[in-house]
Design a protein around this ligand. Structure first.
Ligand SMILES: *[C@@H]1O[C@H](CO)[C@@H](O)[C@H](O)[C@H]1NC(C)=O
Ligand SMILES: *[C@@H]1O[C@H](CO)[C@@H](O)[C@H](O)[C@H]1NC(C)=O
Ligand SMILES: *[C@@H]1O[C@H](CO)[C@@H](O)[C@H](O)[C@H]1NC(C)=O
Ligand SMILES: *[C@@H]1O[C@H](CO)[C@@H](O)[C@H](O)[C@H]1NC(C)=O
Ligand SMILES: *[C@@H]1O[C@H](CO)[C@@H](O)[C@H](O)[C@H]1NC(C)=O
Length: 439
């Protein structure tokens, strides 16, 4: 048998036997709708062959990475150990009267379910998150062996993370993927900053905090969708599937949805019973509910939200200009950082603003695709016979930036387009409340 045939047979085996069939009920796959809790193993690009261009050499990489799969927040850990436990007993109780659509096997899994997460470990990186980072690093190195050397030196590599366990550990495991053990232990990381205007520019941008984050208007469309007839139908359908007598509220269903996402992300082999209550339609509606929030808070909803991402983007242009080849920069940050940068680059912008009236099925702004765990964006500088060019990759796939004619884009063209991002990116001007610059 050829390698290809063997591969196909193995894949068939995986599809038929390893993937639990309960994942794919109703001819939809809940794993496509997990929003920001989507694990990276559903999204990465398997093809890690070297990316070569005629007359060009990969010279530098600047990459920003959302931390890998993590544990829930303290608030969600507590809710899982209280509200969700109560729901579990309700589900088991009504099943005695043989209501709902759950199978015996699924009920057994509900019975066995418990949540034992130490609250001290809120938002910690998980094992799956560690693997995501190691494998991502290996693939990136395979694609760009000249720009990303496998021998460590602080002259050729730079690593930086936010002052959080999940970002710090993500950086650590990424270096384990790049280097051998002894080198990996020798890596120096730039000191993490409590106030980090590059990796978390929004966190201390007072104007953004006031005008966007803490502004009730930001959540208007999400709230609207939360009480829409579509959402009410979803709550009804889920309660019916579970055979409950009353209709669950959105908070409870949202908690089930998030737990389905987390537990799917944490384990490759175990199916979370909290995914069973969802059918294709209801999973899609919950995903949209979360997409709406991120659109208005981290995306195109407000000008300042993505304008401030110049703080991160301009460092890429600076490094490409000032550092010697080869040089690779790896920044470990958060969902909020990545989404704002994607918007700064005019990527995944929906044709019209997302509203709470109905699910926008044509939207490109789908957090399940663009903002999963370990979501990442890389710029690769190529030295070419006809000048410097930049290749952009999102989720390890080459993408074409809207302002470029081709994937491999002249650096000068990008510098012209992002002139303001590079030269007129004044944090205090942009972010202080007493300066009334246009927003
Ligand atoms: C879960 O809640 C129970 C009380 O209902 C408490 O005793 C236990 O410590 C909690 N477990 C965790 C892991 O938080
Ligand atoms: C790189 O490491 C050397 C030796 O440890 C040190 O002297 C130097 O300051 C470091 N350079 C940077 C840019 O961190
Ligand atoms: C680790 O770094 C030190 C100085 O920065 C260097 O002397 C030593 O050779 C390095 N070790 C390895 C295994 O590369
Ligand atoms: C959906 O349910 C909520 C809460 O019961 C209610 O306030 C709202 O009016 C309902 N929406 C529609 C469109 O019926
Ligand atoms: C956002 O603000 C900048 C600076 O004020 C302005 O140049 C730009 O046109 C604005 N963009 C949008 C979409 O309003």
């Amino acid at each position: 048998m050829t390698v290809k045939v063997i591969y196909t047979v193995i894949n068939l085996f995986i599809v038929l036997y390893i993937l639990p069939e309960s994942f794919a009920f109703d001819s939809y796959d809940v794993r496509n709708y997990l929003s920001t809790r989507t694990p990276y193993r559903f999204k990465f690009n398997r093809d890690d062959s070297r990316l070569k261009f005629n007359g060009c050499k990969d010279a530098m990489v600047w990459m920003i990475i959302r931390h890998g799969t993590r544990l829930p927040s303290a608030k969600d850990i507590i809710a899982m150990n209280s509200t969700l436990k109560d729901i579990k007993y309700e589900i088991l109780n009504v099943q005695k009267r043989k209501k709902g659509v759950l199978t015996k096997e699924q009920l057994k899994q509900f019975k066995a379910w418990s949540s034992v997460i130490d609250i001290e470990q809120e938002k910690f990186l998980t094992h799956e998150g560690q693997h995501e980072m190691i494998l991502l690093a290996e693939r990136m190195q395979n694609r760009f062996p000249n720009a990303i050397r496998n021998k460590y030196s602080n002259k050729t590599h730079q690593f930086r993370y936010t002052a959080t366990q999940r970002a710090q550990q993500s950086a650590r495991y990424f270096t384990i993927g790049l280097f051998d053990k002894r080198d990996a232990q020798n890596v120096t990381f730039l000191p993490a900053k409590k106030i980090d205007p590059v990796l978390r520019f929004y966190k201390h941008c007072d104007k953004w905090q006031k005008q966007v984050k803490k502004n009730p208007d930001t959540y208007k469309e999400q709230k609207l969708f939360g009480v829409s007839s579509q959402m009410n139908d979803t709550l009804k359908s889920i309660s019916n599937r579970l055979g409950l007598d009353k209709i669950m509220n959105l908070d409870s269903v949202d908690l089930m949805y998030k737990t389905c996402g987390y537990e799917t992300a944490w384990s490759k082999h175990h199916v979370s019973p909290w995914c069973y209550p969802f059918d294709g339609n209801s999973a899609e509606n919950l995903e949209y509910y979360h997409d709406l929030k991120h659109y208005w808070m981290d995306g195109y909803g407000h000008n300042l939200t993505y304008r401030q991402a110049c703080m991160a983007i301009k460092t890429m242009f600076e490094i490409f200009k000032t550092k010697k080849d080869p040089f690779a920069t790896f920044l470990f940050a958060h969902s909020g950082t990545l989404l704002k940068i994607l918007s700064h680059l005019h990527l995944y912008k929906p044709q019209t603003p997302l509203t709470g009236h109905a699910v926008n099925k044509e939207r490109r702004w789908k957090t399940s695709d663009i903002d999963c765990f370990a979501a990442n964006l890389a710029f690769v500088l190529y030295r070419c016979k006809d000048g410097d060019h930049v290749l952009t990759l999102h989720q390890e796939r080459v993408i074409k930036l809207p302002m470029c004619a081709k994937e491999l884009c002249p650096l000068q063209k990008l510098e012209e387009h992002f002139h303001d991002s590079i030269h007129n990116c004044d944090y205090s001007n942009m972010c202080s409340l007493d300066k009334d610059s246009s927003s």
